[in-house]
Design a protein around this ligand. Structure first.
Ligand code: ADP
Ligand code: MG
Length: 239
């Protein structure tokens, strides 16, 4: 479903954020990407819906290459929940933010309106639909950002630090939501317990490279590997 082949990327200021990164995600699988701050995780996943384009190497989503001329197709296939909900929500009214993607992709407006309502109700946000997203709590913004992406029915869902603003109850809600999705999922998180609960395979990144990969439970139990890469065992393993 997703192939990343030897992708490298530098920012305009010269920071080399990705060096020869390769990975493969099978359709329907749920993959975690972990690593210390600055390891390149966000830079990598921001490529998966064409937000960034590879400067060298190649990325495909369901056989479609991530490049400028395919962006419309790529955005239909892959939805990205950004690390910061403020990058996702920019309209004056929450409801318009949820409807923005479907409108942009030319999806059926009536169906999208029904689905927006359902998602907003499921996330306890329906009563807040006329509010500016900037006035929502961080947790509400997080679910709003999810709604804005899920309403487009992506085959690939990419999430960057999805639990960072959530209280324990909402974190549990997100775990069951993510587990129940049929989509191919890629999750970046420092919350290794969340990765444990939702991912079958894990990649460890450090300094712009993939340094390890394997079955989630195996890698997430490897204290030496995690500590060598600025991480700690999931809380469940620390007991
Ligand atoms: N817009 C940017 N301009 C320049 N450097 C950046 C930018 N965004 C991130 N970086 C740098 O790229 C590297 C990887 O960052 P990032 O992908 O955000 O890491 P992570 O998500 O793993 O914390 C870091 O060294 C970071 O400082
Ligand atoms: Mg990041």
């Amino acid at each position: 479903m997703i192939t990343v082949e030897q992708v490298s990327f530098s920012y305009p200021d010269g920071t080399r954020a990705l060096h020869d990164v390769s990975l493969t995600v099978t359709a329907g699988d749920s993959v975690g990407i972990v690593g210390a701050n600055g390891a390149g995780k966000s830079t990598l996943v921001n490529h998966l819906n064409g937000w960034y384009l590879p400067q060298s190497g190649k990325i495909t989503i369901d056989g479609v290459e991530v490049r400028k001329k395919n962006l419309e197709r790529i955005r239909k296939l892959a939805g990205l929940v950004f690390q910061s909900p403020d990058d996702q929500l920019f309209m004056a009214r929450l409801y318009d933010d949820i409807m923005f993607g479907p409108k942009n992709l030319g999806l059926d407006p009536e169906r999208s309106a029904e689905e927006s309502e359902k998602l907003l109700r499921d996330f306890g946000l329906w009563e807040l639909r006329d509010k500016p997203p900037s006035k929502l709590s961080q947790g509400q913004k997080r679910f709003a950002a999810f709604a804005a992406v899920l309403v487009m029915h992506p085959s690939v869902l990419v999430m960057d630090e999805p639990t960072s603003d959530l209280d324990p109850r909402n974190r549990k809600r997100l775990i069951s939501l993510v587990r129940d999705l049929q989509a191919t999922r890629v999750t970046v998180s420092h919350d290794l317990d969340f990765i444990w609960e939702t991912c079958s395979h894990v990649y460890v990144m450090a300094e712009g490279r993939i340094v390890a990969q394997g079955p989630a439970k195996e890698l997430l139990s490897d204290r030496n590997l995690l500590e060598a890469n600025g991480l700690e065992l999931p809380l469940r393993m620390q007991k």
